[in-house]
Design a binder for this molecule. Structure first.
Ligand SMILES: Nc1ncnc2c1ncn2[C@@H]1O[C@H](COP(=O)(O)OP(=O)(O)O)[C@@H](O)[C@H]1O
Ligand SMILES: [Mg+2]
Length: 577
């Protein structure tokens, strides 16, 4: 028992399940047993011991001065702290219920104890570290790398809080970590969707894919994606458009793949077809006349009787004319005028060249190799899809197609492996500005990418595919995605909706720790999840050599420079490309 007459500088005055209150007389004497002293701050750690030598670690949540006439100084300090867990030797267990009441001794935690906590239960080979403790940057805050990458993770924070920098740091550490005994690349596989084109500088050796070199053929689009691209769902006859379009695409896939079992070829089969032939089919069916005398078969101006529309309608624009009263309109006559116009406009849009031109020369295998950094010219751990040049109207289906293809790759790869063999090339997909592809919104324009990414969120882990979701607007992201994330890196968040949303996702036991979100400095984050021993406010290590290119412009400096002339015609040329 403590001696009631002893002059106690600091004591625990209340214990609640998720809070410990202490009173401190003289803060200058409230110092850790460590030789390395740190100034106390909100977020600093305390050690609270009981007589049975259990040591509870708690994190300071708030601090207040109370007027206290009995003290010489006329005041004392009240500190609220959040219990995190118990430390015994080098072992740390979460939860504070092992402490017997009343606790008898409280001090700021020793640095060696804090270090021990972060390493507790962590084997060397599992250790993955990209940050330090914000309160004390001498202390590493490693995560269990297997747990971190095994489940989806999210990085959220307002613009400029340091998300891209964090992504770069995590990925750089992942591609640089190696077992000894070999040279060259390690076996990490990362695909990064870079909507602002900012990662080239962070990964100079990556496989860079952009709208000028991307192997993304229209024939790989699935029904949702093709529908998104070509069908206007609010038109009266959109169901006829869909059914005729599907019929033509399936028929054309059969035509181009005569050696495959024809009854196994479906609309969604990843097989080539020719979009120009499909458009021709739609045109012909829109123009066709049928002859009552010829068994109601379509009959051309030259009196050619067309017993089978496929493949005839793929081959040329046929001429139909009412040369006698026996000719009547076909079932879709004139129905598809607007549809044809739309098909042709999209097909001939110069900005969509990367989807349509010479796309039938590309093989599925070379597409996979490009998407995964296995091209003949270069192997790369990171593939950066620079989406900044992809027109907005096809962004969703482009992301959808890439994501879907990568999912299928994981799926079929797994099927090839015998028994319970583990995935040989675990894959991480990182989506920057994820609210742009997987928003809460049900709008048709997001449907394709949302479906594809939500599927990976739900099933990807089985096939060795993990998601990294990065967003400045967490409140706008699909809940399906967030609810599947196990580790969070929550950086400074200024928008109250986003703060509340993130708070809701985090465990209640964190208490006021989540209130620090708006006050975090650039590069600081609340690191939470099953990969870290306890929730912590960390400072993400700085990317020293290779940083993502920043969007910050030094306005005042540039504005002070001499007037610059602008070559307007070059800009206009670029615009028209
Ligand atoms: N961990 C960090 N350490 C040091 N500086 C950082 C860190 N994170 C971000 N910064 C700086 O803050 C700026 C904004 O970071 P960025 O990652 O682009 O933010 P966001 O992606 O959230 O908009 C960058 O210019 C970078 O230099
Ligand atoms: Mg960014």
């Amino acid at each position: 028992m403590t001696d009631p007459n002893k002059n106690i500088n600091a004591e625990v005055i209340a214990v609640f399940p998720n809070k410990v209150k202490l009173s401190v007389d003289d803060l200058s004497k409230f110092i850790s047993a460590d030789e390395q002293l740190e100034k106390l701050k909100v977020g600093s750690y305390l050690e609270i011991a009981d007589d049975d030598n259990h040591k509870l670690i708690a994190i300071i949540e708030s601090y207040a001065i109370v007027v206290d006439e009995k003290k010489a100084s006329g005041r004392s300090y009240v500190i609220d702290a959040n219990p995190l867990g118990i430390i015994e030797g080098n072992n740390f267990t979460r939860g504070g219920d092992a402490l017997t009441i009343p606790p008898t001794k409280v001090l700021p935690a020793k640095q060696s104890d804090i270090k021990a906590i972060f390493c507790s239960g962590l084997k060397d080979k599992e250790r993955f570290c990209f940050s330090k403790l914000a309160q004390n940057i001498k202390i590493d805050t490693p995560v269990n790398g297997n747990r971190f990458f095994n489940k989806h993770f999210a990085i959220v924070g307002s613009t400029g809080s340091g998300k891209s920098h964090t992504v770069a740091k995590i990925l750089q550490n992942a591609i640089n970590a190696k077992n000894s005994g070999y040279d060259g690349l390690n076996n990490s596989h990362i695909v990064l969707f870079d909507i602002h084109g900012e990662y080239k500088s962070a990964f100079p050796n990556a496989n860079h894919v952009d709208s000028t070199n991307i192997n993304i053929p229209y024939w790989l689009f699935d029904s949702d994606e093709l529908g998104d691209l070509f069908i206007e769902s609010n038109e009266d006859n959109s169901h006829n458009q869909v059914s005729q379009f599907r019929f033509a695409v399936t028929g054309n896939k059969k035509k181009f793949n005569p050696n495959l079992p024809q009854d196994k070829i479906y609309f969604d089969s990843p097989l080539k077809f020719d979009i120009d032939e499909v458009i021709r089919y739609i045109k012909n069916i829109n123009n066709e006349l049928i002859n009552k005398k010829n068994n109601r078969c379509p009959t051309t101006k030259a009196n050619e009787i067309i017993a089978n529309r496929i493949p005839k309608y793929f081959e040329s624009d046929l001429e139909f004319e009412k040369t006698s009263a026996d000719f009547v309109n076909g079932p879709y006559s004139g129905d598809f005028e607007r549809f044809i116009l739309r098909l042709e406009t999209i097909r001939n849009n110069p900005r969509l060249k990367f989807l349509f031109d010479n796309r039938n020369e590309i093989e599925l295998e070379s597409i996979l190799k490009q998407f995964l950094g296995y091209t003949d010219e270069r192997k790369a751990n990171v593939t950066v899809f620079d989406l900044s040049g992809i027109p907005f109207e096809v962004l969703s289906i482009t992301v959808s197609l890439i994501s879907r293809i990568l999912f299928e790759y994981g799926y079929y790869y797994k099927r090839l492996l015998t028994g319970n063999a583990a995935c040989e090339t675990p894959l991480l997909l990182v989506y920057e500005e994820a609210h742009k592809y997987v928003p809460k919104s049900d709008l048709v324009k997001y449907r394709a990418s949302k479906t594809a990414i939500e599927r990976i969120a739900k099933e990807g882990r089985k096939y060795g595919i993990t998601l990294g979701i990065v967003s400045q607007r967490p409140a706008e992201i699909s809940e399906t995605i967030f609810s599947q994330c196990n580790n969070f890196i929550a950086m400074r968040l200024t928008n109250p909706d986003d703060q509340n949303y993130v708070k809701r996702l985090l465990p209640d036991s964190l208490g006021n720790l989540t209130d620090t979100l708006p006050a975090l400095k650039t590069g600081e984050a609340l690191l939470i999840g099953d990969s870290i021993v306890m929730p912590s406010i960390v400072k993400v290590d700085e990317c020293k050599e290779y940083c993502p290119s920043s969007n910050d412009i030094n306005y005042v400096e540039i504005w002070k420079e001499k007037w610059k002339d602008v070559v307007f015609n070059k800009i206009v040329e670029e615009w028209k490309k």
